[in-house]
Ligand binder design. Structure first.
Ligand code: ARG
Length: 462
């Protein structure tokens, strides 16, 4: 080496070491140390493959294997000293390997580059997060199914524009979220299957002249196959973007549900009582029980979607293949993954603990003229009126009830007949919310019997 200050790993052509500012902007060790286990797994697979193909002697490979295991336990035990001068996790591990086993350490990087190494490590890390994401979704769906089952026939108002629309069932509302998180689950599984190709062996960008066995390393690391184009392999970050976009959509779903829980737990609604375990108090107002978990979940979509946007901006316009810009990928995914897992777990806990207030839900279901559509449908079905006329007549009856400060079932038959003479007393049957929801038996409708069919379908799927 020309200068003891120049970088041990790549300083051969350098006469001087980097400026402190250069070192600061260049280093990723502050965050990519989270990929230490993946880095060591990748190196072990690579070393074993180098030995199997005769590129490395068995004794060197064995020394490397043992050295890497020692380093892994140092890192796990918190005794490893990370160095900013060594830039990143890859060079920190390799430099330590040199200290632990000496000369054979220098042979580990044969037929490999940090470009395929980092792509491999980051894929392995992200793949674990896809699996955790799947687990979190399954647990949340299970919690929602529990709520749906318990309240399959509880009536509540269904809303459009947050205005009372028609009565629905609690189970139906819970199952709407099961569908949403179910789509998230299928997106996660799709993306995970697509990303599971090994970049290792793409080397710097062009592949290598060493007779490496990419199938072997792919298999050792649990990949389905090696990636087919070395240029693409080192420059692809689609897997990270797919993780972030799956996470963004899921966080958006979580945020919608969180918003409903905030509204539902308010004193004005009282649709749901959140447990003490997922609420907080106010330091000044003794009566308060705040839905902080729901509020924070509602906010998480901001940073997760922000991460998605940030990485899109980093990647757009980058020429093939690797550019250092891509080092900015990890913090976005780390932060999004941490916050997504927390939000999923908090939502699952809240859902398991929450108590739907059946009586309040039922009382609200019957107010706000929620069965007006049932009345209009009755006029069509029984009196044979065109739907538009029925709509108009019902509108007049709603106006009448509103003028009297009562609900539709509180009008007398005479009052109804003053609007349309042929209305009979049978009409009162359809004005009850129970009948209303029971009648909505179309596939996917809100009738408890339909809801139970969907609960069973989901239980069979899972
Ligand atoms: N720390 C780098 C990153 O995260 C590793 C790859 C560096 N490759 C290189 N050619 N400088 O992207």
């Amino acid at each position: 080496m020309t200068d003891t200050k120049s970088n041990k790993m790549w300083g051969g052509r350098f006469a001087a070491g980097p400026d402190a500012i250069m070192e600061a902007i260049n280093a990723s060790i502050g965050f990519d140390k989270r990929m230490a286990a993946q880095d060591i797994a990748g190196s072990r697979a690579h070393a074993a493959m180098l030995a199997a193909t005769g590129i490395l002697s068995d004794s060197d490979a064995e020394a490397i294997r043992e050295g890497l295991l020692t380093i892994l336990s140092e890192i796990e035990g918190g005794q490893f000293e990370f160095s900013t001068a060594l830039e990143d996790i890859h060079m920190n591990v390799e430099a330590r390997l040199k200290e632990v086993i000496g000369e054979p350490a220098g042979r580990l990087h044969t037929g490999r580059s940090r470009n395929d190494q980092v792509a491999t490590d980051f894929k392995l890390w992200t793949r674990d997060q896809f699996d955790a994401f799947e687990g979190g979704l399954l647990a949340l769906i299970d919690a929602l199914l529990g709520q749906a089952e318990a309240g399959a026939d509880w009536v509540m108002p269904g809303f459009t524009h947050l205005q009372t629309a028609q009565p629905v069932t609690w189970g139906h509302h819970m199952m709407a979220y099961v569908e949403m998180f179910g789509r998230d689950l299928s997106r996660v599984r799709d993306a995970r299957a697509r990303m599971n190709e090994s970049p290792l062996g793409a080397a710097a960008l062009a592949g290598t002249s060493f007779p490496i066995d990419r199938e072997m390393t792919a298999q050792a690391l649990g990949f389905d196959r090696p990636s087919a184009n070395s240029l693409d392999a080192v420059s692809d970050r689609d897997f990270a973007l797919e993780f972030l976009s799956c996470a963004s959509i899921c966080a958006m779903h979580l945020s919608r549900f969180a918003e409903e829980l905030v509204i539902w737990s308010s004193a004005q609604f009282r649709f749901v009582a959140l447990s003490d375990r997922f609420s907080t108090g106010s330091s000044i107002m003794p009566q308060k029980k705040n839905p902080d978990a729901a509020e924070l979940i509602r906010a998480k979509v901001g940073r997760i979607f922000g991460a998605n946007t940030a990485l899109m901006m980093v990647m757009k316009g980058l020429p093939l293949t690797y550019s250092k810009d891509m080092q900015e990928d990890k913090e976005q995914v780390f932060d999004a993954a941490d916050n997504l897992m927390l939000a999923l777990a908090a939502m699952e806990g809240m859902v398991r603990d929450m108590n739907g207030q059946r009586e309040n839900l039922a009382a609200a279901a019957g107010s706000g003229f929620s069965t007006a559509t049932d009345l209009a449908d009755w006029l069509v079905r029984v009196l044979g009126l065109p739907f538009r006329d029925a709509h108009h007549i019902t509108g007049s009856l709603v106006a009448m009830a509103e003028g009297q400060g009562c609900d539709l079932p509180d009008l007398t038959l005479e009052q109804m007949q003053s609007v349309h003479a042929q209305i009979t007393g049978d009409v009162f049957d359809v004005l009850g919310v129970e009948n209303s929801v029971n009648s909505r038996m179309s596939y996917g409708g809100t009738a408890p019997a339909q809801v139970r069919i969907q609960i069973k379908r989901w239980k069979d799927i899972l």
